[in-house]
Design a protein around this ligand. Sequence first.
Ligand SMILES: Nc1nc2c(ncn2[C@@H]2O[C@H](COP(=O)(O)OP(=O)(O)OP(=O)(O)O)[C@@H](O)[C@H]2O)c(=O)[nH]1
Ligand SMILES: [Mg+2]
Length: 150
Amino acid sequence: MAENVEKSLKTILMVGRTGCGKTTLSEVLVHGESQYHKTQAVTRVGSIIDTPGEYIENPNYYRGIILNSYDADIVIFMNEAGEEESIFPPNFAQSMNREVIGVISKVDTGRDLETPRKNLKLAGAGKIFEVSIHDPESIAVLRDYISHEE
Ligand SMILES: Nc1nc2c(ncn2[C@@H]2O[C@H](COP(=O)(O)OP(=O)(O)OP(=O)(O)O)[C@@H](O)[C@H]2O)c(=O)[nH]1
Ligand SMILES: [Mg+2]
């Protein structure tokens, strides 16, 4: 296959607080660009299952996150740069019988990365990626990790 043909993404579940950048990153990964819109319900963006921030902010919806994880190959726990409080219960990743990775979004803002790193680890995320939609290389590294092998 030609080198410039992009590998297809695995099925991904995006979880993180309101406004951390889940939909933007999903659209950039799938379409190469994004238009802002608030997520109102669990939505599919290509093979990405995008959840509204309210799902992780309200424990009544945890079950919804866990059920959606059964359809995913990889779950992404997202924190944005500068996020001070962990929205994820400790070891929440263990509720999901799937690989869980961490993504720190908006690294272009220059805000703190240490606390998000620590909180994503506490939530049980394995590998952690630091991305900005303004840095195509950071997106390419993540995309490669969450794509099917040729
Ligand atoms: N500076 C910067 N801003 C970003 C980045 N990614 C997303 N944003 C901005 O963050 C805001 C929220 O992004 P969304 O993708 O809608 O966030 P969300 O997590 O889907 O939010 P909900 O649907 O409400 O849960 C938008 O104004 C985006 O433009 C980034 O890498 N850098
Ligand atoms: Mg959204």
